[in-house]
Design a protein around this ligand. Structure first.
Ligand SMILES: Nc1ncnc2c1ncn2[C@@H]1O[C@H](COP(=O)(O)OP(=O)(O)O)[C@@H](O)[C@H]1O
Ligand SMILES: [Mg+2]
Length: 280
């Protein structure tokens, strides 16, 4: 009983721990192309977040900011209480710890894959971060099995199909065993079976306690991958947030923010029932 109680308390503590705190975050590219116009968001450990919004509404920009690849022009982002700034990343200890804890699966796998073989690409991250070779081999074997990419390990990543590349991208990030996963449109361009497989991976990662933040257009997936959905508006600020069920039920919100296909709008009752039945 004591053990169960303390486990519960531990989980609650973990869940209430702020991983990211974004306060009034503004960003523009080259100082003249506005990309985020004041975003507030708090993300707790173990949460599953979906970022949805039309093209150009700032989803990828927010992921890049959360990964410390770019920094706010105004406002702030704190990661576990420490502000993400250029100076923070000059601190080697912080930078290495952050890269071990936070993994980013880019929208374009070609950006992620740069080694001559898939095997080297998957081993690259953990080796860079000082993981011993035997452990790297173990992780590689485990991931190859889980993602069903064992037959691709000696191939060149650039000769793979989009779905294969996407799985390898997943593997390169999961090999680091991060606590937080940032994913940019992970299911874009994938067939239904590969989409389902990758979503299963995310569900599995979430059950293992990881914090998962996914930018996506694919409203069909958000019930499976998110507890909380943030909708980005055309003004590059948050238009709404809620549970997947609440957001999916709000057709006006989805319509205003360019998240519904015209055919969906016309036949929305059919789709609505399909979504509702998925949720049950
Ligand atoms: N490298 C860049 N240079 C200039 N503007 C950019 C760049 N990347 C994105 N933007 C602009 O920033 C805004 C937000 O883009 P982005 O974050 O990519 O949106 P999303 O991921 O939601 O499609 C858009 O208006 C886009 O044109
Ligand atoms: Mg994007």
């Amino acid at each position: 009983m004591d053990r169960i109680l303390s486990e519960t308390t531990k989980n609650q503590e973990l869940r209430t721990k702020n991983i990211f705190a974004c306060r009034d975050v503004h960003y523009s590219y080259q100082g003249k192309f506005p990309a985020l116009g004041g975003v507030d968001m708090t993300i707790c450990a173990g949460e599953r977040i979906a970022l949805v919004g039309a093209n150009g509404s700032g989803k990828s920009t927010l992921l890049n900011l959360l990964d410390g690849l770019i920094f706010p022009d105004a406002g702030s982002i704190h990661y576990l209480g420490r502000e993400l700034t250029e100076a923070a990343f000059l601190d080697q200890d912080f930078s290495i710890a952050f890269r071990k804890h936070v993994g980013f699966i880019f929208q374009n796998p070609d950006v992620q894959l740069f080694c001559p073989t898939v095997r080297e690409d998957i081993a690259f991250g953990p080796l860079q971060l000082g993981v011993p070779e035997t452990e790297v081999r173990n992780r590689l074997e485990k991931l190859a099995k889980m993602l069903q990419i064992g037959h691709l390990l000696d191939r060149s990543p650039h000769q793979l199909s989009v779905g294969e590349k996407r799985k390898v991208s997943f593997a390169t990030v999961l090999a680091i065993e991060p606590d937080v996963l940032l994913l940019d449109e992970p299911t874009a361009g994938l067939d239904p079976q590969t989409t389902t497989h990758l979503i299963d991976m995310l569900v599995h990662a979430s059950e293992a306690g990881k914090t998962i933040i996914t930018a996506t257009h694919d409203l069909h997936t958000i019930t499976d991958i998110a507890d909380r959905v943030y909708v980005f508006g055309r003004d590059k600020r948050l238009a709404a947030s809620g549970t997947p069920a609440e957001i999916l039920a709000n057709h006006d919100l989805l319509q205003t923010n360019n998240l519904l296909h015209a055919h969906f709008h016309h036949s929305r009752d059919h789709h609505k029932y399909r979504w509702e039945s998925q949720e049950n």
